[in-house]
Write a protein of this length. Structure first.
Length: 143
């Protein structure tokens, strides 16, 4: 073989080797971006839960207080517990981006469920206990 042919063959082998390595490395490179997005949604879910529960509805009560009051059907700031659900829904819609689907869920004496996160990859906040067996969970997913 001539010297030029050997150099060309070596160049082809190097290009093929780089192409094969890129094919195997590409899924790992793309996976890191998905993990960052997943972490961002988890952090958003935790932050949303915390902010909602601490938001004041009136000088006497926060959203957390009203949820606990609704367990005994005795809201202080609002006329009814349905109005509380509407208020929570309105607050969430005003905060989240349009491409995010959410679910706000209170498990306890009186279960509250606002929205429905029906995506394949749903990310939940850490559940926050309110009292005894009551807890609040926020789930988010992107469309």
């Amino acid at each position: 073989m001539a010297k030029g042919q050997l150099e060309s063959l070596g160049l082809v082998l190097i290009v093929l080797l780089l192409a094969v390595l890129l094919v195997f490395a590409l899924p790992f490179i793309l996976k890191d971006d998905n993990k960052k997005e997943d972490l961002t949604l988890r952090l958003k879910a935790d932050a949303l839960r915390n902010v909602l529960l601490q938001t004041s509805l009136c000088p006497e009560a926060s959203v957390k207080d009203e949820i606990l009051n609704c367990e005994f059907s005795n809201p202080k700031c609002l006329d009814s517990c349905n109005e509380l659900e509407d208020k929570i829904n309105e607050m969430i819609i005003n905060v989240l981006e349009p491409n995010i689907i959410y679910e706000f869920k209170v498990e306890g004496r009186s279960n509250i469920r606002i929205g429905e996160a029906t995506c394949l990859n749903t990310f939940s906040s850490v559940s926050q206990p309110l009292r005894d067996n009551s807890k609040v969970i926020v789930r988010l997913c992107e469309t």
